[in-house]
Design a binder for this molecule. Structure first.
Ligand code: UDP
Ligand code: MG
Length: 331
């Protein structure tokens, strides 16, 4: 009797631990001093709000002892899982790995450096419950360097807004809450994690934002410099083309190719008429070069469109291959 009771309790606690309501996903790269503060702060907020949660820390190949610290913490606490990547892949793959292991119906992401405040999580959750699929944090009073961080980010935010049609003040804020279905089938590459709202929007998600706290870094240092601005711009271009042409590349390239080919044919016909009909010499006319160029470019663009169409299909239909390899999962 005692046995069946305890096995019942075991079962119900198992159910809770396999299906937490919220998964908190945190990418960690050399944040050893922040780790215990961070995990304590998350646990405190969520427990005092009676939320059922799991914390998934993804160690992105740290070299400062974060890996060992995480291993140890994950063994000590049952609300923490540590996913340890083999090497440093970058913040986006680290987050993608976290999504892979998250079991909650809601996923909340935040940085591991204590710049985001876990105390904001309940408010994000409440907003999500109003019927949104994604609630993005807005660091209204951001505590970062003005010249190297705030200015590029202002420009980037403006550009991203223009290109993606998702109107947020702060795309770069890691503190975000998602419905799990939303992230489940999104493939992330490059530094696309900041474009998750845009990708989600392409998938038809309902998106909103909420002002959140932001603190200056207490430990360690930022992993990024100005170089990120360039990479973000390149990713933005990718998003732009994905949004416009991903499922219909022929619409873009095919049309351009047809126009170019037609112009080439018309010019060619005109030159042929001059040569055969009027007996003029056309061998040294720039127009001849233009006609040939237009025709060939047209053929190239057109066949490129066809190829892109094939590749798009392979892209969509092929198996989902992860962009990371996990060394170990603790806890
Ligand atoms: N990060 C990571 N892999 C990297 C770089 C960063 O997992 O290659 C993590 C980092 O540990 C932190 C978050 O991503 O939790 C954001 O990084 P950081 O604080 O350096 O960015 P910033 O706040 O300066 O934009
Ligand atoms: Mg930071």
């Amino acid at each position: 009797m005692n046995d069946s009771l305890s096995s019942n309790i075991l079962q119900s606690s198992e159910i809770i631990s396999t299906f937490p309501e919220i998964s908190i996903v945190v990418p960690i790269y050399n944040e050893v001093e922040s780790l215990s503060h961070l995990i304590d702060a998350i646990a405190l907020t969520l427990q005092s709000n009676q939320l059922n949660y799991e914390i998934i820390c993804v160690d992105d190949g740290s070299s400062d002892g974060s890996t060992e610290k995480l291993r140890q913490l994950a063994k000590e606490r049952n609300d923490l899982r540590a996913v340890l990547l083999r090497r440093n892949y970058g913040q986006t793959p680290a987050m993608a790995a976290g999504f892979q292991y998250a079991k909650g119906r809601t996923i909340v992401t935040l940085d591991g450096d204590l710049q985001n405040d876990p105390a904001d999580i309940p408010e994000l959750m409440a907003k999500l419950d109003e019927g949104y699929d994604l609630v993005s944090g807005w660091r209204k009073q951001r505590q970062d360097d003005a010249v190297t961080r705030l200015l590029p980010s202002k420009i980037a935010n403006w550009l991203i807004g223009k290109v993606t049609e998702v109107k947020l003040h702060d795309y770069g804020c890691s503190l975000k809450a998602y419905r799990a279905e939303l992230v489940a089938d999104m493939n992330l590459y490059g530094e696309l994690h900041r474009f998750l709202p845009a990708l989600a929007y392409i998938e038809g998600a309902k998106i909103t934002e909420l002002p959140v706290r932001h603190h200056a870094r207490r430990f360690g240092k930022s992993k990024y410099g100005l170089g990120r601005t360039f990479r973000v711009l390149m990713d933005l271009l990718t998003i732009y083309f994905m949004k416009k042409f991903l499922t219909k590349p022929m619409h873009g390239f095919g049309l351009l190719g047809m126009i170019s080919m037609l112009l080439g044919i018309v010019l060619g016909a005109y030159l042929t008429f001059l040569k055969l009909g009027l007996g003029q010499s056309i061998g040294n006319r720039p127009l001849l070069i233009l006609a040939v160029l237009l025709f060939l470019t047209g053929v190239q663009l057109f066949s490129f469109g066809l190829l892109a169409e094939l590749m798009m299909r392979t892209y969509h239909e092929s198996q989902k291959r992860p962009i990371y390899r996990v060394r170990d999962v603790v806890g």
